[in-house]
Ligand binder design. Structure first.
Ligand code: SME
Length: 149
């Protein structure tokens, strides 16, 4: 089980002084993915134009390249600006299955220092109901630490 306090310290040290979003995303994904056996796919989808997400740095099997706002768990998170905590992906209307093994998912909006949504962080698990509100709060804190500073 991930130790979010230690993970935040590690990510903070690795990303200190860096402002390039892709470099920051690649580092966050690498550290996150290997921190917890629940995380079977970890990646960012970036806002590349209004109402459109495109895949960014990720770890795990291939992910779909493009997701319109409002589509899938990622598109709903981007459109609503709200974290999506999905205990059962089969029960989520319009879930986009990049892997048939995925059972649960958490997707968080990523905001920059001016509050604009620049991406979403998507973590998939092959375990049902794998994510908790505590995960959502800790992950949101790490995203703010890195992208909204
Ligand atoms: N499940 C996501 C799509 C991304 S793949 O899982 C990597 C969704 O429904 O938006």
């Amino acid at each position: 089980m991930v130790n979010y306090r230690e993970l935040a310290k590690t990510i903070g040290a690795l990303t200190e002084g860096e402002t390039d979003e892709v470099a920051l995303m690649a580092t966050v994904v690498c550290e996150l993915h290997h921190s917890d056996s629940r995380f079977d796919w970890t990646g960012f989808y970036r806002v590349t134009e209004p109402e459109l997400l495109k895949i960014g740095p990720y770890q795990g099997g291939h992910g779909c390249l493009v997701i319109p706002f409002g589509k899938g768990v990622c598109g709903v998170a981007a459109e609503s600006g709200e974290t999506q905590l999905v205990a059962d992906v089969d029960a989520f209307p319009g879930h986009i299955a990049c892997a048939s093994s995925t059972r649960s998912e958490i997707v968080l909006p990523v905001r920059n220092s001016t509050g604009d949504i620049i991406a979403v962080l998507d973590i998939d698990s092959d375990q049902p109901d794998a994510f908790t509100q505590a995960d959502a709060e800790a992950l949101s804190e790490i995203l703010s630490q890195v992208f909204a500073r």
